[in-house]
Design a protein around this ligand. Structure first.
Ligand SMILES: Nc1ncnc2c1ncn2[C@@H]1O[C@H](COP(=O)(O)OP(=O)(O)OP(=O)(O)O)[C@@H](O)[C@H]1O
Ligand SMILES: [Mg+2]
Length: 320
């Protein structure tokens, strides 16, 4: 086994030790793809015969895969001798292989061709569907096999966020990385970041800080909330027991496209205005459920009444 000394950003160090699941999520330009690309090349170099697959949810052409990035890493690390790039795959030392696949091209049957693979790396994993994730997990079953995911979060309900962040299985190592964790952040990218911060503050937190998409352009308070966060004005505040609490309520609708029901609890403390707000989506769901139960109950009562009336009518007719 040969070893390579590759400088790694501190934030990714927990991902260097073996783990069944490894995840890195965060905003643009945080070095997620470069880290996993290097780790893959390093692993293939150190362990002869490694079989690895780089996965995207959709991969119509190889240009949409991680192939170029990996080839760049092989060249940058001076490992051109042991690795041989082909049009659709890369041969690695000791008869190993790196291949590139789109999950959408796979069926429950065809995915079985990946069973012997030891490493599966899903980049742009925010687009991975729940179906793809559930097909992939039991397929990657070689001894010491690992699944790696790197992604820019969109919604809490996306399959990868649900699995690696909300449920987080034992044995999963997941790190959050952002632009400030990337020692190699190119100046052009940092310029882009600053431009977004100045011109589009409502998207900034999602694009650059790895937050879920929370605000929509034009949302009333998006700018003010982004500014409050930048200035460190969002945190935990205890209610002052001597001052009155006021509640401001924004009543959400019950339809699928309605806003969440929101309640702001506010105190005026000296010249500060302190607010605590909760989006009561769960509450809204239960209201919708209650509405649907009520609706069903009313229909049942009407239907039962109608049937009873018909039955009585028939009895009267027969009685005659
Ligand atoms: N290990 C590294 N060695 C050299 N350059 C690096 C390394 N890591 C990151 N960089 C530089 O930082 C840039 C951003 O890294 P990378 O593309 O890996 O980020 P990312 O988190 O995958 O971003 P995105 O969300 O845009 O996909 C790269 O284009 C590269 O210039
Ligand atoms: Mg990337």
């Amino acid at each position: 086994m040969s070893t390579l000394k590759i400088p790694t950003a501190k934030v990714f160090e927990p991902l260097l030790a073996p783990a069944r699941y490894k995840g890195a999520f965060g905003g643009r330009g945080s070095g997620k793809s470069h880290f996993f690309g290097e780790l893959l090349v390093e692993t293939c170099q150190a362990e002869r015969g490694t079989l690895a697959v780089c996965i995207r949810e959709a991969q119509r052409t190889l240009a949409q895969s991680s192939k170029r990035l990996i080839e760049g890493k092989i060249a940058a690390l001076g490992l051109g001798q042991g690795f041989r790039p082909f049009s659709d795959r890369i041969a690695t030392p000791g008869d190993g292989l790196i291949i590139f696949r789109g999950m959408q091209d796979h069926t429950a049957e065809s995915i079985k061709s990946l069973e012997g693979f030891r490493i599966a790396w899903i980049d742009e994993a925010q687009t991975l569907s729940a179906r793809s994730l559930s097909l992939l997990r039991p397929t990657i079953r070689a001894p010491r096999s690992e699944l790696w995911a790197s992604w820019n979060p969109r919604r809490k309900s996306d399959a990868v966020d649900d699995f690696l962040r909300s449920r987080k299985p034992d044995g999963a190592v997941v790190v959050k990385a952002n632009w400030r964790d990337n020692p190699w952040l190119p100046a052009v990218l940092d310029e882009e970041r600053r431009l977004d911060l100045a011109l589009y503050p409502d998207r900034y937190e999602h694009i650059w800080e790895g937050d879920y998409v929370r605000t929509f352009e034009g949302a009333y308070f998006a700018d003010l909330l982004a500014q409050a966060r930048r200035e460190g004005r969002i945190g935990k505040v205890a209610a002052d027991p001597l001052l009155p609490l006021r509640a401001f309520i924004d009543i959400g609708g019950a339809g699928a496209s309605a806003d969440a029901f929101t309640i702001w609890i506010v105190q005026w403390v000296g010249n500060e205005l302190r607010a605590d707000f909760q989006h009561l989506r769960r509450w809204r769901k239960s209201v919708e459920q209650a509405q649907s139960y009520t609706f069903k109950a009313v229909i049942t009562v009407i239907a039962t009444g109608l049937l009873g009336a018909i039955w009585l009518g028939i009895k009267v007719m027969l009685g005659r």
